[in-house]
Design a protein around this ligand. Structure first.
Ligand code: PMP
Length: 331
């Protein structure tokens, strides 16, 4: 019988799918790793599992203990599910600008939710610092610290990269994704380069993030802004240290949204904006690598998490973004 012994085994081993439209556009094969198929519907379930297991192995988490984390939402959802499965409590600190769906989901899963105003990283009220203080002040609590805790990228070295390598039968020419914590790009990059150092690793950076300039010119500098949630980093996190990035692309929200729209309308995939930005980046690398090449990227989370934003005409209009044609009410 082909039965998984434990619900936590549902994390990872996600399918890899060839994306027809992006492959035609790039003139080579573009593959999407379906991370929305994880139990928490995002790539962050993997990091959540590894971070919790690491805290257990270090003896930091005791039975019934609490995990505290600052997150744009998806890591919190992953941690809440893993914590429930292992008998821990979860407290999540999140900027109040994140999607309504993520907040409702976290509450529904049983996490305690602490909302803070959006603030720059240098501000002590930033969600990351608030979560660290909360963990320090709470007996039996552990701070997950996804940005600097390298158990995060280890999840991608040991699982995501291994899966992509196997699913593509060792024929991987390139991999592209955006960075939030940087765990995915650093970990998948390290894992794939350990298999074949010639695999090209590309960063897809949204506007408003500082990494494009860092990898292109050695300077952490950001321009513009993005409505994409979960990506757009302004510093070299612990997870990004020692990451090898061969090339970088700056991708606008409009370009990312174009691929969100096309993947939904032409291929029946409902995704979040970071996935669209990743696909746009993968196409850019595919064009550089040329016909016959094979490039993988990450389809980070489900679009169902953004029904009140990305898939809402009024919200898109407010942000000055193009509205998907089928959302326009024409009576
Ligand atoms: N996309 C979404 C929707 C996310 O929530 C995240 C996680 N913050 C990412 C992409 C980026 O992943 P990572 O933290 O591994 O860089």
């Amino acid at each position: 019988m082909n039965i998984l012994p434990n619900t936590l085994d549902l994390i990872g081993n996600t399918p890899l799918v060839r994306l027809a439209g992006p492959s035609t556009e790039a003139g080579c094969d573009i593959y999407g790793k379906c991370e929305f198929a994880n139990p928490g519907a995002s790539v962050k379930d993997r990091a959540a599992l590894f971070i919790v297991q690491d805290a257990e192995e270090r003896g930091l988490l005791k039975p019934g203990g609490m995990i505290v984390e600052g997150t744009a939402g998806n890591t919190g959802i992953g941690i809440a599910l893993v914590a429930n499965a292992k008998g821990y409590k979860t407290t999540i600190v999140m900027p109040e600008t994140q999607s309504r769906e993520k907040m409702d989901t976290l509450r529904a899963l049983g996490a305690k939710l602490v909302l803070v105003p959006a603030a720059p990283y240098a501000n002590p009220g930033h969600f990351v610092h608030t979560s660290r203080r909360l963990a320090e002040e709470t007996d039996g609590a552990v701070w997950a610290n996804q940005f600097d805790n390298v158990a995060n990228r280890r999840a991608h070295i040991e699982t995501t990269a291994e899966e992509i390598w196997e699913q593509m039968d060792s024929k991987v020419d390139g991999f592209v994704c955006a960075a939030g914590t940087g765990g995915t790009i650093a970990g998948v990059g390290m894992g794939l380069k350990a298999k074949n150092e010639n695999v090209k690793i590309g960063l897809a950076d949204p506007h408003g993030a500082a990494l494009y300039n860092y990898y292109a010119h050695g300077e952490l500098k950001s321009e513009g802004s993005s409505v994409a949630e979960g990506i757009g980093q302004g510093r070299i996190t612990g997870n990004l240290e020692d990451a090898v990035i061969d090339t970088q692309y700056r991708i606008s929200d409009e370009e990312g949204l174009k691929w969100v729209e096309r993947l939904l309308q032409e291929e029946g995939l409902c995704l979040g904006l970071s996935s669209g930005i990743n696909v746009a980046g993968a196409i850019a690398l595919g064009k550089e690598l040329g016909p016959g090449s094979k490039v993988a990227t990450i389809l980070c989370d489900t679009g169902f998490r953004y029904l009140s934003s990305l898939y809402n005409a009024e919200w898109l209009q407010q942000k000055g973004l193009p509205v998907f044609p089928w959302l326009i009410d024409d009576d």
